[in-house]
Every structure is written in C-alpha cells, then in structure tokens.
Design a protein around this ligand. Structure first.
Ligand SMILES: *[C@@H]1O[C@H](CO)[C@@H](O)[C@H](O)[C@H]1NC(C)=O
Ligand SMILES: *[C@@H]1O[C@H](CO)[C@@H](O)[C@H](O)[C@H]1NC(C)=O
Ligand SMILES: *[C@@H]1O[C@H](CO)[C@@H](O)[C@H](O)[C@H]1NC(C)=O
Length: 790
C-alpha cells in the first residue's frame, strides 16, 4: 500500500522525503478510506441526492479546513485538497455529475487548479450555510417566490462585491427577526447569472420584496437605507394581519374558536410592543387568531385570572369546555414555543404501526398519511407540523424517528432529515424530493395523495414488474436534477388519467439505485419508458401531463402503423381505394425524433378519413425494406395516392415537418366535396335562386391561421353532411368587398343558407358540433314547412 501511495505522490514531492512521507501517509490513509477517496460524495461528506447548494457548502467548509495555505506543515495537504477540489468540480456541474453518477470516474492523474485560501473564504456563496436564509437558484426561484401563501425578501448579490459582504450581517439578523413571517432569501448572481439577468438585476446587492398573495410576478425593489431597522420596518409594513379587538359585545361569538388573547390596557408599558404583537400574529396566521382585550376587568373576568397583563391561550379541544393557559415568555420565540407545545402533536409511529397503516390503506381503509421522517428532535419542525393539519385537513400526519426506526428508514431509502413521504390510498408510497418548506410539503402531500397510481420503486419492484408483464410507465430520475423536479408534478397528474389495471406509474431514483440504472442503460435524467411485456417504448419530447397521457394512449391505440418485413406487403398490395403516407426513419436521427410528435398528431387529425393510412418504417431494424425503396435520407416521407395500386405511383414530401403542413399536403391529394366559389358563382348558386339542398359556406382568408386549421374539419363536415347540404368555400381576400356586403366580420365564418335570404351563422368550429347543429336546424325548418303547408 505504501508503495502505491508513493508513486502517486512523487509528482508533488521530492524523493529525499520518501521514508518520512511513507509514515505520514500511513497514518493519514488509516483515517481516509481509499474507497471514500474514490466516492466523491463521501469525500465531500454529502448524500447522493445533495443539491447544488449543499455541494457548495460542503466544499467550502472542507476548502477552508484543508487548504494548503492553512496546512503548510502537512506534507500531502495539496494532494488531499486537489482531490476534494476535483470532486467538487465534477459534482457541481450537472453534466459531469450525471456522467459520474452513472459510470463512476477513475481518479485521473490530472492537475486540478485551485484558488487561494481567501478566495474560498470570501468568494464562495455568502449565505450557503445559513440556516435561516434560503439560497434560491434559477430552478426553484419561481416555485418559491410566486407561492401566494408566503412573502419573500430576496437579496441578489455577488460574492465579489464589497457592499454585499457589508450587508451580510444585517441580512442575517433580519432573517432572524422575520423568521416565521417573511422568508428571507438570497440569490448568488455569480452562480445564477441568467436568473439575475432575467430579473434585470443591475447592481449588487439588489433587494426585491414579494408580497404575500398580491405579488403576482411583480416584486418591489427596495430603495431605502440598508440598516437593520429600516429594512425591518419596510418588511413589516408589508405584512397585514388581522388582530381582533375583543369586547363584551363580540366575546360570545369570538369564544367559539381557539384564540391567543392579550389583555392589555392601551399604551401600557407592561404590554408587548405593537410590533411584537404583529409579529406573533403573523407567525400564528392560519393556526391561531390573535385578539387583544383592552378592558382589563372584563378580561380578568372571562379568563378567571388575577394577573395584570396576561397572555392567554384559549384552547378548545374537540369542542369541549375551553381551557385557558397563561403563556409566559420573555420574547416572541419563547411565547410561540410555549403555545406550540400546548397544541396537540402528531403521533409518532414505530415500524410496526407504519406497516399496519400501509396494510390498512392497501385494503381501502383510512385517509392517506403524510409522514415526516426525522432525526434528533422535531423542534424546528414544530410550527410547520402544527400548521399542516389546517392546510391539509384530509390527510393524517405522523412522525417517524429514524434513529429509533432505523431499519424502516433505510428500507425506504431515507438519507436526509427531515424527509416527507406519503402513504396513499391503495398503499403506494412516495417521497418528497423538494424543499422542506411548509407550503411545498403541503402541495406535495395533496398531489401525491391524489395520485394513488404512482409508486416509488425499488430494484426488487422493478424486477417483479418485468417478470409479471403488466404495463408500467417508469420515470428514471435523480432528485437533484432540475428537469426531473419539473417533471414530477406532471407525472403525478398524468398518472391520474389511468387506472392501475391499464397502466401503473413508477419512479426510480438513480442516485439510490445506481446499479439498476446502469444495467438498464439509463443515460440521461429524466428518462421515461413504458414497459408492456416485451414491448418497450421510450418517451421523447417535452414531458408535460398531456404529452405523457397522449404518449401512453398512443401506445395503446397506435395511430401510426408500424411496418416491418413481415407486413410491408400490406403497402405493396395497397388497393386503389387507399392513400398511404409512410415515414421512413431511423431511431437515432435527430430530425426524425423532432418530427415524431408532429407526425403522430398529424395521424390523429386524419383519423376521420378512413381511406388514409399513415405508417412508418424503422430503417435501422428493417434495412432491407429501406434499401429496396432507395431511401437515402431520414426522415423520408412518401405518399402513395388514391387511384394507384401498390407502389406504382409515389409522391415525395419536402415541406415543413409540422402537423399542419403535412395535413394540408395530404388533403390536397384527396377529393373534396367543398365547391370553390367566387363572387359570381356565389351570386348565381346561392343568392339568386331557390334551391332544394341548403348551402353550407366557409368564408375564409388564406392568411388566417385559424382558417387553415379549420379547413380539414370543414371538409369533414361536408363529407358527413353529404346529401343533406351542399358545401362551398369562398376566399374573402380575393372577394373582400363582396364578403363585406355579406356581413362577414370574422374568419373563418361558417354559415348555413336555407334560402337566398335566410341564413344562420354557426358559432362552433368543432366538426361534430357543426354537423349536429346543422341537422337540428334542418329538422326544425322542415317541421316549420309542414306547419306552414297545413
Ligand atoms: C384572585 O384574587 C382573589 C382575591 O385575592 C381570590 O379570591 C381569587 O381566588 C383569585 N383568583 C385566581 C384565579 O387566582
Ligand atoms: C400493452 O399490450 C397489450 C397487448 O399488446 C395492449 O392491449 C395494451 O393496450 C398495452 N398497454 C399499454 C399501456 O401500452
Ligand atoms: C407489423 O408487424 C409488427 C411486428 O410483427 C407489428 O408490431 C406491427 O404492428 C405490424 N404492423 C401492421 C400494420 O400490421
């Protein structure tokens, strides 16, 4: 072992030191396990799902401890530091991190540059390790500051700016003073330049305030002085809380709810200051209304106390007789703490109770449970835990102590504390991947409890799934990856469109199950795959709720036929009554992937035309077919028209690869029942003589996008109403004055002429609605005619 260590080190140190070094290295390496050196996460002492901020924070603290400038007497300080710096370089960049997660990396003998000690001390994220100041990044900025339940005060800074460092102690103190009322946050513009640019941050530090509820995207720029007092006054002036004034008149009504009561003569110096009362009320908002009683005698009377200026918690448990608790405390923190201690605490569950609950839910009993997995004491969580029941009344809340239930927590792969999880009706279990912020947790609980068809999966679950061949849609993800975080809510929503007998949904965390992910060749996050027995479909495209739903529906009922060697003859034997469009593609071709969704939507939009068949051929899997057809580029789109048999006639598409362009092209190849009229034709056919079949007319303009989209639908209507109406269209660009005289004010306008001077405009542009409406009108007018004749 000594030998191998020496060889590595010789790059940095002179050979005459060899014998001494060997001894030192032995002691050093007995502390730092070699395996840990190879595992960058262990080296930095962070969990595998650490966020960018946690990585930065861990590295900064190691950098300050291990920097060679501070460890001049230690011979291999530089080597150790370089390794840590390298680990940081790899993990901080999402691309290299993913690579490392999936494939690992050998410690390459490459030189890692590093900065001076003071750089790491001063230029490295001022608030990263601050417990009260949330450092926001581009990926989680909007979801947090635009939450209408919470006010935010955000400091945009650069670690290179002196004023920013000057402001730091004030900003920290402010966060402390406003804790529980306003979230105080920071954005490091060095790390998140794009976000700062988008928000037009031109100077550092810039302070933006987002008011609760009313801030809809518009923050206010703070321009006052940057002293603690001024900042605090400004922030508190933005907080409005309802503090009730309680008198003998309204007491009968007020006493029906739980209250925090302050009995206080106006202007009395023994009472809490107005600002403190406001802060307490703001912190307790949504949990406990605050009331002030200024009539001392009345207060003493109803609360049955002899104290002079008591603070009283008026508690009603289960609508029984009210209890009064005198709350003592020197400051806001103590007072709040006492109140929170009196409020009922969620039950702590043990391992057996957890499993029993899950069984119950599997059998369809009980409400879903939100479980908080924690270590140490749950004090920090108290406020949140007690507010949650009012925010999510339909979900039970429980606690699990991961020290006492360690085997359960490790079986559930819980690696950070606190972690929130939901046991859903039906027994599925899911963990929260986002922040430990009250409203984020509540939203997770709500969404997750609803999506009972979404399961967090282990490798064992996955192997079972592959064995029993029922359909599963699986999201392979890493909790730290920003697009993965965006996807999760969409996936939850998508999962609610399907019952579990049609398709089930699962998530697999690749930071926890690396081996499985590498066995399954997951090469990017998030990867979504539909498994159905031996058939595997990979999802491409933007992962939104509707795209996922469409993707699965399409897998169940493909609108695009897949041709291979076994059935390409369906095309070669095509009859003259069919029109075929075939996409010859290769799965690796980027242009083909981009077109996939468009092509599918095009196929869907042509569904009504039963003579049109839309197909595709994978040229990688079916090389013979494609070389037989002389396909030289991907994608190649060919059309085999009506009236020709087999492959005898072919048209090649070279327009835009969009749904609309494809549709227009194919429609131009189909016969239409819609007559094209100009002004003269219109006058002759529709306006001057009596006719037996009513006319349905589409007034359009060639430049109008809606008209172009509507055209195929109008053709469809014409076909459906064949023999009931005659259909026509008129170009209102070429016949503008005429259309004006006909009072056409919007394009497209669809109008049914029953006679030259009797017409009805049809509002809907949905083909089914139009056909139904036309049939209805025809029915009515026929009855009227009969009536008239009688
Ligand atoms: C208040 O003081 C009176 C007179 O000293 C006493 O009788 C009464 O019990 C006291 N009440 C309470 C609630 O301590
Ligand atoms: C799974 O395959 C079966 C049989 O081929 C098919 O009927 C079903 O629609 C497929 N389900 C999904 C979700 O693709
Ligand atoms: C052709 O055969 C393949 C596999 O045998 C099948 O997946 C595909 O759906 C078939 N296509 C048609 C149009 O029947």
């Amino acid at each position: 072992m000594c030998g191998s260590v020496l060889r590595k080190r010789s790059r940095y140190h002179k050979h005459q030191k060899l014998s001494i070094l060997c001894l030192i290295s032995l002691t050093l390496f007995s502390k730092v396990n070699l395996e840990e050196i190879k595992d960058y996460y262990k080296l930095l002492g962070i969990p595998r799902d650490a966020t960018g901020k946690e990585i930065r924070k861990a590295f900064k603290s190691l950098a300050l401890k291990l920097h060679p400038d501070k460890n001049k007497e230690s011979a291999d300080a530089e080597e150790k530091f370089v390794k840590v710096a390298h680990a940081y370089e790899i993990l901080k960049d999402p691309i290299s991190r993913k690579q490392y997660d999936l494939d690992g990396e050998d410690w390459k003998e490459k030189r890692q540059n590093y900065h001076s000690y003071s750089y790491y001390r001063d230029h490295f994220g001022i608030y990263d390790d601050d417990p009260l100041i949330l450092t926001l990044s581009k990926d989680d900025y909007d979801v947090n500051v635009l939450d209408p339940n919470q006010a935010w005060f955000v400091n945009f800074y650069s670690p290179h700016c002196h004023h920013c460092h000057d402001l730091a102690p004030v900003w920290r103190k402010l966060a402390e003073e406003l804790e529980g009322i306003i979230r105080v946050a920071a954005v490091n513009c060095e790390e998140d330049y794009v976000l700062c640019y988008q928000l037009s941050i031109e100077a550092y530090p810039s302070l933006l305030f987002y008011e609760k509820e009313t801030h809809y995207f518009d923050p206010e720029r703070y321009r006052g002085s940057k002293t603690l007092e001024a900042l605090k006054q400004y922030a508190l002036s933005k907080v409005s809380v309802d503090i009730k004034s309680i008198t003998s008149e309204n007491w009968q009504e007020m006493k029906m709810q739980q209250l925090l009561l302050l009995i206080c003569e106006k202007e009395s110096s023994d009472c809490l200051e107005t600002e403190e009362i406001k802060k307490i009320a703001a912190t307790l908002e949504g949990l406990l209304p605050v009331g002030v009683i200024t009539d001392i005698e009345f207060g003493k009377n109803i609360l049955n106390t002899n104290e002079t200026h008591p603070i009283v918690f008026w508690q009603l448990e289960d609508k029984k007789i009210p209890k009064t608790h005198i709350i003592r405390g020197a400051d806001r923190k103590e007072i709040l703490d006492t109140i929170l201690n009196i409020l009922p605490h969620p039950p702590t569950l043990n391992e057996k109770q957890f499993h029993d609950l899950r069984t119950k839910l599997r059998l369809g009993f009980d409400k879903p449970w939100l479980i908080c997995f924690y270590l140490g004491t749950a004090t920090d969580l108290k406020l949140e835990l007690k507010r949650l029941p009012t925010i999510i009344p339909n979900i039970n809340i429980g606690l699990i102590h991961c020290g006492k239930s360690s085997s359960l927590c490790s079986a559930l792969h819980i690696v950070r504390y606190p972690t929130w999880g939901v046991i859903k009706s039906g027994g599925a279990f899911e963990l929260h991947q986002g922040r430990d912020a009250l409203h984020e947790v509540a939203a997770f609980a709500r969404d997750s409890a609803k999506s009972t068809n979404l399961h967090a999966l282990s490798p064992a679950d996955f192997h079972n799934i592959k064995r029993d061949s029922s359909p599963w849609f699986i999201d392979w993800f890493a909790p730290w990856c920003p697009p993965c975080k965006k996807l999760t809510p969409e996936l939850r929503k998508a999962s609610q469109h399907f019952t579990s007998d049609v398709v089930q949904f699962g998530t697999i965390d690749c930071t926890l199950h690396r081996q499985l992910c590498s066995e399954e060749r997951i090469s990017s996050y998030p990867s979504m795959v539909l498994y159905n027995g031996s058939v595997i479909h990979k999802f491409h495209g933007t992962p939104t709720e509707s795209a996922i739903v469409a993707f699965i529906q399409d897998a169940m009922n493909p609108v695009v036929l897949e041709l291979d060697d076994s059935n390409f003859s369906r095309l070669t034997r095509k009859s003259a009554k069919e029109l075929w469009i075939v996409d010859f593609f290769a799965p690796w071709c980027r242009a083909c992937q981009l077109m996939e969704t468009e092509y599918k939507n095009f196929a869907k939009s042509m569904k009504q035309f039963s003579e049109v068949i839309i197909a595709k051929v994978d040229c990688e899997a079916n090389g013979d077919i494609c070389s037989g057809q002389h396909i030289t580029a991907y994608p190649t789109i060919r059309l085999y028209p009506l009236g020709s048999k087999g492959l005898s006639t072919v048209a090649i598409y070279n327009g835009h690869r969009t749904t609309l362009a494809l549709k227009q092209w194919v429609l131009s190849m189909l016969p239409s029942r819609v007559e094209v009229l100009d002004e003269q034709g219109f006058r002759d056919q529709i306006l001057s003589k009596k006719y037996y079949l009513p006319w349905l007319v589409d007034f359009y303009a060639p430049w109008c996008g809606h008209c172009v989209h509507f055209e195929p639908d109008f053709r469809l209507v014409a076909r459906r109403l064949d023999r009931k109406v005659r259909s026509a269209k008129i170009d209102c660009e070429a016949n503008r004055v005429f259309c004006g005289h006909q009072r056409v004010s919007a394009y497209p306008t669809v109008r049914l002429y029953l006679s030259p001077d009797n017409y009805v405009n049809l509002e809907s542009k949905n083909p089914t609605d139009i056909s139904n409406k036309v049939k209805e009108i025809l029915q009515d007018s026929k009855q009227n005619e009969i009536h008239d004749e009688l």
